[in-house]
Design a protein around this ligand. Structure first.
Ligand code: HEC
Ligand code: HEC
Ligand code: HEC
Ligand code: HEC
Length: 147
């Protein structure tokens, strides 16, 4: 449960961590962000994160739990990815994988803040030492929403 760790960190930092005061926030998917964050959304669509499920499809592993946990958004969380048939819209590493579940924010963007700068620990839930040994946060954050 890597997000729990991130939540703890966010809470410890005293920030409005993901849903820190909004425990009921659910994942809603990137299409809900597009109307208000159109440039960032279009940019993100050009990134490998947006296409992460395609990497699994190549070998028919797109429904294997051990793979999807890092190639989808909100796996097994409220509103998050279940499988490719039930929740195709939650495939890929989307906005909420880094900014946290945004159910509250889409309803009240000024009132419910998200985390702006995810921080290395959020990335490290997937870019683990095993998976991505040379991961460098500063470098890898450039172009996070495309160029
Ligand atoms: C109805 C319009 C609207 C929608 C829908 C929306 N946002 Fe926002 N978002 C805003 C506005 C406005 C701000 C700036 C708020 C401010 O400056 O106080 C913002 C700010 C943010 C921020 C910066 C941190 C913060 O909360 O100020 C992030 C990250 C963010 N949005 C992510 C998302 C994501 C991810 C989605 C989709 C799941 C989304 N937004 C959907 C309007 C929206
Ligand atoms: C939910 C898991 C997950 C999270 C969280 C995540 N990533 Fe990724 N990231 C992936 C996966 C999976 C890929 C590979 C996508 C593909 O090509 O199929 C990837 C690819 C990338 C790439 C392109 C390949 C490379 O290594 O250059 C960059 C850059 C990147 N991630 C940066 C980040 C950064 C920075 C963060 C944190 C702010 C982050 N990621 C958070 C899963 C994640
Ligand atoms: C712990 C998180 C995690 C798990 C679990 C995971 N991946 Fe990934 N995967 C990543 C990250 C992060 C990247 C991007 C960085 C990299 O290329 O190493 C990636 C990249 C990939 C790529 C693109 C490689 C390339 O260079 O084009 C493929 C294909 C892939 N993963 C397949 C799988 C398969 C198949 C499984 C299950 C057996 C799996 N992944 C499980 C995190 C994960
Ligand atoms: C892999 C992680 C990751 C993904 C995926 C991601 N972001 Fe971000 N986002 C970040 C980071 C890190 C920052 C802070 C650094 C920066 O601005 O580049 C940020 C900053 C932002 C901001 C604040 C911008 C500003 O100028 O202050 C908004 C709004 C935002 N993201 C929305 C989105 C939306 C909408 C999506 C999906 C379409 C998305 N993000 C996808 C990591 C991510």
């Amino acid at each position: 449960m890597p997000w729990c760790f991130a939540l703890l960190l966010a809470a410890a930092a005293g920030g409005a961590g993901w849903a820190g005061s909004e425990p009921a926030a659910a994942y809603v998917g990137w299409e809900r962000c597009a109307p208000c964050h159109s440039e960032l959304t279009e940019g993100w669509q050009t990134t490998r994160h947006a296409k992460a499920i395609d990497s699994l499809r190549k070998t028919g592993q797109e429904n294997l739990p051990g793979c999807v946990e890092c190639h989808v958004t909100g796996y097994e969380k409220d509103g998050g990815f279940i499988d490719c048939e039930l929740t195709p819209e939650m495939a890929g590493v989307q906005c909420e994988a880094c900014h946290g579940p945004a159910g509250g924010h889409v309803e009240d963007p000024m009132g419910v803040k998200l985390v702006r700068d995810a921080g290395e620990d959020v990335c490290r839930a997937c870019h683990t030492e095993d998976q991505d040994p040379g991961f460098n946060y500063e470098e890898k954050t450039k172009g996070i929403h495309g160029d």
